[in-house]
Ligand binder design. Structure first.
Ligand SMILES: Cc1ncc(COP(=O)(O)O)c(C=O)c1O
Length: 405
């Protein structure tokens, strides 16, 4: 790992101001982008470690990391170098040819987790599409069981496994053969039968506000899948890759899935997703069953190898656990904070009087800290995994001032 106090972490060399004002950007967005996002009124133009700079040169502490993507902090030198080195040699060749970075990354991903094989995608939702298709092919049909509060992505298969009315209803009809139940051991056991192809769940549910599923729930899902020949899919798109203090979130529970999906932090900021199989399901797909033009491209896979080099490190993971515990305890003492949930550096807290989106907006403007609200009462913290104790305490002070005001 890069030593602390380097110019990368301390962020010398702040942003150059840009030509266009925020008002110009807002007008361009209004005229030219489909209005699918609600943006906060900042343009970030540079990042280093846990720091970001806006176009005016203001410095921010990033406790959101592009929604759990920049786990190594912004522009980690190892990631930048891997991307630069690969981009200078070959950027794209496609899946009709061999490409060493994808094979090396597949080996690394499988050997560090389920021991089977890997199928690459470009995002979390696409990794989940691959998992769902593979599970259905293995069973030659079958229903998919997902759980409430789960989030698996916006494409049709993943959306069909995301039982949230607001996200599903405008796009009905969805893919047939999906059922959703409460994330409890009994509900999952009761929903799985011989027609079930798969159970899909996040060991730590992220988008709905960081809910850690109990080991009893994961065990019940495992047992139900074993009893009925279904595949257990863990979506580790957000909670994987060290975020919860073990390389893979499932490792904490001892419950091993048949299929695991990964994305977000894997590319160090470049788009990549991966489906990892256990040995039993490694050869379900045959040539032509599934694929994607960009998947497994050399630049994003080179970045993925650099990310794993840094994150697959017990010293870093121990610090993630330790800082996570420190943050959770300290956040619970702040004024107006109710329940605090999380594991490692994937944390959420409830505001007893609500106002989470307003807190995020004030955080940017008043304290220059980047936060995320997952709902009206819930604030989520997803700092880089490379923060140190001083940065954690700095965030706590900024949060404290925001909550006192
Ligand atoms: C657990 C989980 N699965 C899947 C996705 C979808 O990933 P993507 O936005 O890369 O398609 C997300 C995104 O937030 C996620 O948190």
């Amino acid at each position: 790992m890069r030593p602390h106090g380097s110019s990368w972490h301390s962020g010398a060399n702040p942003a150059e101001p840009r030509g266009r004002s925020l008002t110009d950007l807002q007008a361009l967005e209004r005229d030219h982008l489909v209005p699918a996002y609600a943006r906060l009124p900042v343009e970030f133009v540079r990042g280093a470690g846990a720091l970001l700079w806006d176009a005016e040169g203001n410095e921010y502490l990033d406790f959101q990391t592009g929604l759990a993507v920049n786990s190594l902090g912004h522009c980690h030198p190892a990631v930048v170098e891997a991307i630069r080195e690969q981009a200078e040699r070959l950027i794209h060749v496609g899946n009709l040819f061999y490409s060493e970075p994808s094979l090396a990354l597949a080996k690394r991903l499988a050997e560090s987790s389920l021991g089977g094989k890997v199928h690459f995608a470009n995002s979390g939702t696409e990794a989940n599409e691959a998992a769902l298709k593979l599970a259905r092919k293995a069973k030659q049909q079958g229903t998919i069981v997902s759980v409430h509060r789960g989030f698996h992505g916006r494409t049709y298969g993943s959306l069909s496994a995301t039982p949230q009315e607001s996200k599903q209803a405008p796009f009905a009809p969805l893919v047939p053969g999906f059922v959703s139940v409460d994330p409890t051991a009994d509900a999952i056991a009761g929903a799985v039968d011989d027609r079930t192809a798969a159970v899909i769940l996040e060991p730590v549910q992220g988008e709905s506000g960081v809910y850690v599923l109990g080991d009893d729930v994961l065990r019940a899902a495992r047992e139900a899948c074993d009893a009925h020949g279904a595949a257990l899919i863990f979506d580790e798109v957000q909670c994987g890759l060290g975020r919860t203090g073990t390389l893979w979130a499932y490792q904490r529970s001892g419950v091993v899935p048949d299929l695991m999906t990964v994305a977000k932090a894997l590319g160090g900021g470049l788009p990549i997703g991966a489906l990892v199989t256990g040995e039993r399901m490694a050869d379900v797909f045959a040539a032509g069953d599934h694929g994607s033009t960009f998947a497994g491209g050399p630049v994003q896979c080179a970045a993925g190898l650099a990310v794993l080099d840094v994150v697959d490190d017990e010293t870093l993971l121990a610090r993630v656990r330790e800082l996570g515990e420190h943050l959770r305890h300290a956040v619970a003492e702040l004024p107006g904070v109710g329940e605090v949930r999380g594991r490692g550096l994937m944390i959420a807290f409830e505001l007893v009087d609500g106002g989470a989106p307003e807190l995020v907006t004030r955080g940017l403007a008043e304290e220059r800290i980047v936060l995320n609200a997952t709902g009206p009462t819930t604030v989520r913290l997803l700092p880089p995994l490379v923060i140190d104790r001083a940065q954690a305490d700095d965030a706590l002070q900024r949060l404290g001032r925001l909550l006192e005001a």
